[in-house]
Design a binder for this molecule. Structure first.
Ligand code: HEM
Length: 151
């Protein structure tokens, strides 16, 4: 997405439309959010007892966040962004940001569709929180004392 909105001729029409929003959401959460979850799990893996490592919850977290992000990209932000750019080209920048655009039936509909990805992401994030709570209550005992050499 970042690359596709970079060229001056595209950027001239897409700047400050949902295509930027689309890129911002997918790049920030897709790169740093998912990476942060990965690093968190990598760090937790050796600290938590097997009984506290609930793979079932992790699967829900994985599919919820990833399917939610993908459907947010495909079902809502991308189509609204494309329609907004077309409106920008045909009627001007001011029109593509006015009520005349946002009140169009298709745009209102795509706004409602947003419920699907949002719900998926909330389910995924909720599962991740539950997983962490369970993991934190099942930490391995500390074997190295303060000041003792770690081997
Ligand atoms: C992890 C990587 C990236 C992240 C987290 C990221 C994040 C963002 C965010 C949050 C914005 C919105 C800024 C705002 O309007 O206030 C933005 C805008 C933009 N990004 Fe990225 N980006 C990434 C990579 C890239 C790459 C690789 C490209 C191009 C190859 C790119 C091209 C752009 C462009 C052209 C805009 C401005 C769009 C506009 O005209 O409003 N980004 N980026």
């Amino acid at each position: 997405m970042g690359l596709s909105i970079t060229t001056p001729v595209v950027n001239y029409y897409e700047h400050a439309t949902y295509l930027t929003v689309n890129h911002g959401h997918t790049a920030l959460f897709g790169t740093y959010g998912i990476l942060a979850i990965g690093l968190l799990l990598f760090s937790m893996r050796t600290l938590v007892r097997e009984s506290g490592w609930d793979v079932r919850l992790l699967k829900v977290a994985f599919w919820g966040t990833n399917a939610g992000l993908a459907s947010m990209f495909l079902l809502t932000l991308l189509p609204v962004g494309i329609l907004q750019v077309l409106d920008n080209i045909n009627n001007g920048f001011w029109h593509a940001r006015s009520d005349a655009f946002w009140n169009r039936e298709i745009i209102q509909f795509l706004g409602q569709v947003r419920l699907i990805p949002d719900t998926l992401i909330i389910i995924g994030a909720g599962a991740m929180v539950l997983f962490m709570l369970k993991a934190m209550m099942n930490l391995k005992p500390v074997t190295v004392q303060s000041g003792e050499a770690f081997s």
